[in-house]
Structures are given as structure tokens and as C-alpha cells.
Design a protein. Structure first.
Length: 119
């Protein structure tokens, strides 16, 4: 079982950067894939990026490729989502999630953190 807690959301202006953090609590994280999702009002939840905890293999959705960077700090059991050049369309609730690497479904979710991009 994994417990996740996001932080770092807020109100920023277009073009700004923001880093989200997700503190993970589990007996071992090496068997997990960590993902960042977002959901905007009236839209479906979208997988933005993912990273395998052990090998640090990464995935990015086309919508954020080149602007967002996922990373993890093993010593802090924390996953980060560094976001650059934020746009109003990036406004959403951002969620951290975890799944066992051999499965397809993300079973563990954080509570979400709001990111609002507005001038």
C-alpha cells in the first residue's frame, strides 16, 4: 500500500514555472510506477507523466512533452513534476498516483493540488 501527499500547487501567471511534489509512504517503492495526472473542470483525467521508481524510465504525454519534467528523489521518497512555461490550459487539479509496475491500473492516489494559471 502507498500513501501519497501532493504539494506545491498555487496561482501563477502564464509563462511561470512551478514544481509539484508528491511525498510517498510505502514499505518499498522500487516496485511502483509513479504518475502525475490532472483534471480540469468538465474534462477527463489525463495522464501527464510517469516514472518507474527503480530505473527512472519516464513517459510524457504529448501535451506536456518539453515543458514538464518528472523526477524522483529516493532518499526523500518524493516525486516531482517540474512545470515550465505554464499556460492557462494547464489550469487543473493535479494528482499524484502509484501503481505496481506489472499492472495497468493506478490504485493509489493523492488528494490533489490545484494549479491555476491566470494573468
Amino acid at each position: 500500500q502507498v500513501q501519497l501527499m501532493e504539494s506545491g500547487g498555487g496561482l501563477v501567471q502564464p509563462g511561470d514555472s512551478l514544481r509539484l511534489s508528491c511525498a510517498a509512504s510505502a514499505r518499498t517503492l522500487s516496485m511502483y510506477v509513479m504518475g502525475w495526472f490532472r483534471q480540469a473542470p468538465g474534462k477527463e483525467r489525463e495522464l501527464l507523466s510517469a516514472i518507474t521508481w527503480s530505473e527512472q524510465r519516464t513517459y510524457y504525454a504529448d501535451s506536456v512533452k518539453g515543458r514538464f519534467t518528472i523526477s524522483r528523489d529516493n532518499a526523500k521518497s518524493t516525486v516531482y513534476l517540474q512545470m515550465y512555461n505554464l499556460k492557462p490550459d494547464d489550469t487543473a487539479v493535479y494528482y499524484c498516483a502509484a501503481k505496481i509496475r506489472t499492472t495497468t491500473e493506478y490504485l493509489y492516489w493523492g488528494q490533489g493540488t490545484q494549479v491555476t494559471v491566470s494573468s
